[in-house]
Design a protein around this ligand. Structure first.
Ligand SMILES: Nc1ncnc2c1ncn2[C@@H]1O[C@H](COP(=O)(O)OP(=O)(O)O)[C@@H](O)[C@H]1O
Ligand SMILES: [Mg+2]
Length: 176
């Protein structure tokens, strides 16, 4: 694809309010076809659910949006995924930056071994926020948005792994 046609595609995808567009997406683990030629748009500021039987490829499909599948050497995809109008399936994309924009919360909660506080501010700290007040503020706001603040505000230094399963799930949402 030359740069001109890429630009045209970008504008087209951005104009109609789509956050993500999957275009002729197929996915393989080794020789096994997991996703066959799927295309659909995901609108900005809307909730989209993908429904299907266990093992049909829902998680795999989500992993194409932040390229998490690349950790697996057997994984291969064809087609395109547009994120904010940009084709993120090519080699020239900064994957670290992409994952900053496309977070993922898994079915099985995966808190880091540290405290509740450390989990929530992991991202901002990694990206250089050092001011204690600012980190506290991010922590409170994120936990409130994930409806966990009231349950944990008096024990932010407790190990995250001591939370209940449902609380761990909300913690992972707050962290994302
Ligand atoms: N890392 C992997 N290596 C090989 N096959 C995998 C891997 N992860 C998932 N699969 C297979 O891909 C298919 C889709 O899995 P998945 O996307 O996790 O399904 P869902 O989320 O819809 O339950 C399943 O058949 C699963 O066994
Ligand atoms: Mg799944």
């Amino acid at each position: 694809m030359n740069s001109k046609s890429k630009k045209t595609k970008k504008n087209k995808n951005q104009k109609n309010g789509n956050k993500i567009v999957l275009s002729n997406l197929s996915f393989y683990y080794g020789d096994k076809l997991i996703i066959e030629n799927v295309s659909f748009p995901v609108r900005k500021n809307a909730i989209t659910s993908i429904i299907g039987s266990s093992g049909c490829g829902k998680t795999t499909l989500l992993k194409t949006v932040n390229r998490l599948y690349e950790e697996n050497p057997l994984a291969r995809m064809t087609g395109s995924v547009f994120f904010d109008g940009e084709d993120i399936s090519g080699g020239e994309v900064d994957v670290i930056l992409l994952r900053k924009r496309a977070g993922m919360v898994f079915q099985k909660p995966n808190p880091f071994p540290g405290s509740i506080y450390d989990n929530v501010i992991f991202g901002p700290r990694l990206y250089g926020v050092k001011d204690k007040e600012q980190l506290d503020e991010i922590c409170e706001r994120s936990l409130k948005q994930a409806a966990l603040w009231d349950e944990v505000k008096d024990r932010l230094r407790m190990k995250a792994l001591n939370l209940s399963g449902g609380q761990q799930q909300r913690l992972c949402i707050a962290r994302t």
